[in-house]
Structure formats: structure tokens, C-alpha cells
Design a protein. Structure first.
Length: 184
């Protein structure tokens, strides 16, 4: 188990700065975050939700999403079919449909439950229609279904948050037209 939970905040804050540097996201771009707090503390995904860990993670996510002006989407676990917690203004901006459910640590996960507490006007949507322009997956939670086509893997210097392996992606428009097309 990770002994210093505050270290999670520092690790993630640094990773989010690196993510922005690599992904080059713009104001209003949607960023999806999948996270297993169980994995972060060194346990098997879905077995040991940690509210204390979720508090540190959401703190870093909210600070950096406000700094970079991302539309943050927190993925729930598979028990809620990977639904997402977003701000109501994101729902309206992206013309999404709200669903009725309240994520909690045993169905949704600790991070989505914490997002429901800490977002200004949280709502849950079943999906975002693959509209995220980037994302970070902490603990192999499988966020790919929420990313726009075409996902480009990002190579982070930071490979772990706590004990959880971290992967990330940004997206780019599809390249079409064949050998005669120009892309620049």
C-alpha cells in the first residue's frame, strides 16, 4: 500500500503538466480520466477502493483542469458500464444526455464518487460519443472507447501513479486522401 497519499497528488500534478505539454490541448477540449484507486495503492483493480487516494487524485485533476481549461470527464468502473461524471456545462457544450445514477466506491469507483462531491454541478452520462481529445488511464481501466479517432499514444516519463501503471493518449484528425493528399 502507498504510505504517503499526498505523494499521489504530487505525482499526478507533474504527470498532468507533462500530459498537457505532449497533448497540446486547447480550452474546452475534453479529457477523460480512468483510475483504479485500488491499483494506485497496490491492490487488484476493483478490490480496495480508497477514498483518501481519490481525494488526492481529484484535487490534482481539478486544479490542472482549471489551469488548462479542460472539460474533465471521470470514467466510472465497469459496474456502471464505464459511464462518466462530467460538469453540467460540459453536458450542454457537447450536447450529451444525462442519466440517473449516483456513483459510489462499490459501483462507479472511488474517483467517480469523489468527482460527484467535488465538481461544481456534477452529472453522469452513459457515454460521450468518443469525443475526448485526450485521456489518462491510471491502473488499466480502459478509456479508449471515449477517445476521438485517431488515438496517438503518449510516452510519459512518469510510468506509475502510486503502484498503478499509467498510459495516456491524445487524438488527431484522420489522415485521408492517399498519396496525393497534403496534410500540412
Amino acid at each position: 500500500m502507498v504510505s504517503n497519499v499526498e505523494n499521489i497528488y504530487t505525482q499526478l500534478s507533474e504527470l498532468l503538466d507533462e500530459f498537457q505539454s505532449l497533448a497540446r490541448l486547447k480550452k474546452g477540449d475534453m479529457v477523460v480520466i480512468g483510475c483504479s484507486t485500488s491499483e494506485v495503492i497496490g491492490e487488484i483493480i476493483g478490490t480496495s477502493s480508497s477514498q483518501e487516494t481519490a481525494e488526492q487524485i481529484i484535487k490534482a485533476l481539478l486544479e490542472k483542469s482549471r489551469q488548462y481549461q479542460w472539460a474533465l470527464a471521470i470514467q466510472c468502473c465497469e459496474h456502471l458500464n464505464r459511464a462518466l461524471v462530467i460538469e453540467k456545462e460540459t453536458l450542454e457544450q457537447y450536447i450529451l444526455e444525462e442519466v440517473t445514477v449516483i456513483p459510489h466506491p462499490k459501483a462507479g469507483g472511488a474517483l467517480s464518487a469523489e468527482a460527484m462531491k467535488k465538481f461544481r454541478e456534477p452529472v453522469v452520462v452513459e457515454n460521450i460519443g468518443a469525443k475526448a481529445k485526450g485521456g489518462i488511464d491510471i491502473g488499466n481501466t480502459l478509456i479508449g472507447m471515449h477517445l476521438k479517432h485517431v488515438a496517438v499514444p503518449l510516452r510519459f516519463k512518469t510510468k506509475y501513479i502510486g503502484k498503478a501503471f499509467v498510459t495516456g493518449a491524445r487524438t488527431r484528425p484522420k489522415l485521408i486522401g492517399g498519396e496525393r493528399a497534403k496534410y500540412e
